[in-house]
Design a protein around this ligand. Structure first.
Ligand code: GLN
Length: 511
């Protein structure tokens, strides 16, 4: 392995340590990752925009800081990061992978971006997604299809397939995603990376392009549990610019992850969610999940089965609530204020209403239109109580299911996704089959509780594609899931002879 390849295969924490020891610099890390991006992008296509100049400048600024200033910065200072193009970045084109925002350069930074800049973490670029984060395969991007580094004929999951693939392919050590129904965790599962959806309100949504505001949450993507913990500590915290932000102090997530690495889970009660495994889950996924649970037991955890009877209705409720909020949030893309404007052709009256219709027809893709229509219908007079009102009641039942489950267990577990990565096109003509991908991730969004996916090995079916296991913790107790996740990660490394991402074949690195 070349020195540059060795560098990009370190975890973010190891990169930060190497900077501190003087073995590398932020600039060297940025250059190494930009080189990987250049080599990998023809086959991976994770990035919509690479911001090399911005990243180099940020890295040089950090490297030039006096040692005493560096000592005040968070642990991951100087380590580069990629950003899902659903998060606005001042001066860097942000499109949400939609034609309707093509060429839009935000005049401000999202709060999470301000925090990354304050931590001196260089921004490598903006990653691909399903248009407006709507999808489970990244195939709904208006610009390109991102490939799964484990098998480039397969999807990386979605909507945050770009961030997940970038981290899996060593194009970036860290990334940010957004998770409305699973868009950080499901791609994590399909690409063998760690993905976290924090407690709703734990990370500011200011500057996250709105999909479904009561469900959206920004969170970390990384290759290790500790890296995500440290990143969540940097991006989290109260923000007065987000009215749903929770006023609370920092949560000890990195400490919990470090505690977990000792692999002692005595006293921890793990709840196996009965409704989130078994039938409908690919056998090779189920097998790895069962083995992971056995490992948790070996480390001293007590495993109990819990039942969440209303989870059965979670997907149905989500596909009423989410499109309702989508239809309202996406009304702002009307050709008037920013982004694309398409004037009606000659002969058609040049009215504002016609301009909006032509703009939206040209600017939105099929999946986005499908959801706007669904949401508009669900919210229309006379149907509101039957659809939106009922879905909100189901949401309360799901919150109560979680409350009861957390009376019996400290943390809940399930497979993250019912299957491993599927082939391009396999689910594009069948929206329902696509929606089923999020069967295990959606309940956490509906209830606002934190959840994360970590790799559980390669599928027992073919030993070729990653499988993810999900940990779910009570609201505002994000640290609770980090401990068993880090413990399992350490135990699995022993079983597999190292982290599974180390066994990924990386021809784009010249190996
Ligand atoms: N795949 C889900 C959907 O299509 C979740 C999307 C997301 O979390 N942004 O809605």
């Amino acid at each position: 392995m070349t020195a540059a390849n060795e560098l990009v295969k370190l975890s973010a924490v190891e990169m930060a340590e190497a900077i501190k020891k003087g073995d590398t610099s932020s600039r060297e890390l940025v250059d190494a990752h930009l080189a990987v991006i250049e080599a990998a992008e023809p086959s991976i296509k994770a990035f919509l925009k690479v911001s090399g100049d911005v990243a180099r400048l940020q890295a040089d600024t950090f490297d030039a800081l006096p040692a005493e200033d560096k000592a005040q910065l968070p642990e991951l200072a100087g380590v580069p990061i990629a950003i899902k193009d659903m998060i606005v970045t001042k001066g860097i084109e942000t499109t949400a992978a939609s034609k309707i925002l093509e060429g839009w350069i935000p005049p401000y930074d999202a709060t999470v971006i301000e925090k990354l800049k304050a931590a001196h973490m260089p921004i490598l670029g903006k990653t691909n997604l399903d248009e407006f984060a709507q999808g489970s395969s990244t195939e709904h991007s208006a610009y390109q299809t991102t490939h799964n580094p484990w098998d480039t004929e397969r999807v990386p999951g979605g909507s945050g397939g770009g961030s997940a693939s970038a981290v899996a392919a060593f194009e970036a050590p860290l990334a940010l995603g957004t998770d409305t129904g699973g868009s950080i965790r499901q791609p994590g599962s399909l690409t063998g990376t760690v993905g976290v959806k924090p407690t709703y309100g734990g990370v500011s949504r200011f500057g996250a392009i709105a999909m479904a505001s009561s469900l959206d949450q920004i969170g970390p993507v990384s290759r290790t549990v500790l890296d995500s913990a440290l990143l969540q500590e940097i991006i989290g915290g109260n923000d007065r610019r987000d009215s749903t932000s929770i006023p609370e102090g920092p949560r000890p997530m990195a400490a919990a992850a470090r505690e977990g690495m000792k692999r002692d889970l005595k006293g921890l009660k793990v709840g196996l969610v009965k409704e989130l495994s078994g039938e409908g889950f690919q056998p090779g996924v189920q097998q790895r999940f069962d083995e992971a649970v056995a490992k948790l037991k070996e480390m001293g955890a007590e495993v109990v089965e819990v039942s969440c009877p209303h989870f059965e209705y979670a997907l149905g409720a989500y596909y009423i609530i989410m499109p309702s909020e989508v239809s309202s949030n996406l009304a702002r893309y009307d050709g008037m204020r920013y982004g694309l404007r398409v004037m009606p052709p000659a002969g058609v009256p040049q009215t504002a209403a016609n301009m909006m219709a032509y703009t939206r027809e040209a600017g939105f893709g099929d999946e986005v239109k499908r959801r706007i229509i669904l949401g508009t219908y669900a919210l229309s007079a006379g149907y509101y109580d039957a659809w939106y009102g009922s879905a909100q009641k189901v949401r309360t039942l799901i919150i109560n299911d979680f409350k009861k489950a957390f009376e019996q267990a400290d943390v809940l577990v399930s497979p993250t996704s019912p299957s491993t990565a599927f082939k391009f096109g396999e689910k594009m003509d069948d929206p329902l089959a696509m929606y089923m991908n999020d069967i295990a991730t959606i309940p956490a969004n509906l209830a606002g509780v934190p959840a994360m996916s970590i790799p559980a090995g390669l599928s027992a079916d073919d030993l070729a594609l990653p499988v993810g296991i999900q940990f779910i913790a009570p609201q505002q107790r994000d640290e609770v899931m980090y401990k068993p996740a880090a413990a399992l990660e350490a135990a699995l490394e022993e079983q597999w002879g190292g982290p599974i991402w180390q066994s990924l074949k990386t021809p784009w690195l010249g190996e």
